[in-house]
Write a protein that binds this ligand. Structure first.
Ligand code: IPE
Ligand code: IPE
Ligand code: MG
Length: 246
């Protein structure tokens, strides 16, 4: 991919996407919302390939939230099929051939059908040794649920209160090996987080795009990274442009 305008020394290590706008994309075309989800899966594959071409080691997508179960049963079933049949079965082999390791974060509770859980395990096992990029799929994921689950696991491990610090919490998240996202992209013009990675994004740069997710392509990823590189990440410290000699 053309890296025009990007600084190779300031690439994000981890980019995470809230893939939003599938329903509106379909409605605008007079199609059922489900068609938007089908098209959204294609956009995800293109964006993942773009991330790979850019050499991003970590790419995470929000595929289904703990709140998405509130949707009509037919739409939920369709979404599960798109994720389990299309992404985790048909695409899985393409992603595997590209050297992508597939991982999951989220709650594996009674609402997740057994066959979907099996597909997730198979995709993760097949691709476990791949090293080109890690694609983490947030499925039945909620940031608050993740923090609650971390607290439960800390208590279950018998860690004394005085020994709990931020690193303890981080170690008990769904996948402690994933670095915090440097950049979080949300599509479809909504300015909210919707319970995505709320612990991990404490210092992430947020980029909001008007593009509806099914229209999202690797070029949009590039654009978001360009915006990311123009930001001054201060992490509470003084900035690069404050004139104070370092
Ligand atoms: C994102 O698109 C997909 C999921 C949330 C699973 P939406 O289905 O939320 O699309 P809009 O926001 O209704 O347009
Ligand atoms: C966030 O999108 C969840 C996913 C992209 C999976 P939603 O469409 O569910 O978020 P809200 O309801 O607009 O906040
Ligand atoms: Mg939405």
């Amino acid at each position: 991919m053309d890296l025009d305008g990007l600084d190779p020394n300031r690439m994000p290590r981890h980019v995470a996407c809230v893939m939003d706008g599938n329903g509106r994309w379909a409605t605008k075309r007079g199609l059922p919302r489900t068609e938007g989800h089908r098209a959204g899966e294609e956009a995800l594959f293109d964006a993942a390939q773009g991330a790979l071409e850019l050499g991003l080691p970590w790419f995470t997508v929000y595929a289904f939230s703990t709140e998405n179960w509130r949707r009509p049963g037919d739409e939920v079933r369709f979404l599960l099929n798109v994720i389990a049949d299309q992404l985790l079965t048909r695409r899985r082999d393409d992603l595997h051939a590209l050297g992508v390791r597939i991982r999951f974060i989220g709650r594996r509770d009674w609402r997740v059908p057994r066959w979907v859980g099996r597909r997730m395990d198979e995709a993760a096992a097949l691709t476990a040794a791949n090293t080109a990029m890690t694609l983490t799929v947030a499925f039945n994921y909620g940031g608050r649920a993740e923090i609650v689950d971390a607290v439960r696991s800390i208590v279950a491990a018998g860690v004394p209160a005085s020994k709990i610090d931020e690193r303890t919490v981080a170690r008990h998240l769904y996948d402690p090996t994933i670095p915090d996202p440097d950049l979080v992209i949300r599509t479809s013009g909504e300015f909210r987080i919707s319970n995505f990675l709320i612990w991990e994004l404490a210092y992430s740069e947020l980029v909001f795009s008007d593009v509806l997710w099914p229209d999202f392509r690797r070029e949009h990823l590039l654009e978001a990274i360009r915006e990311f590189q123009a930001r001054d990440r201060r992490f509470g410290n003084t900035g690069r442009h404050d004139g104070i000699p370092s």
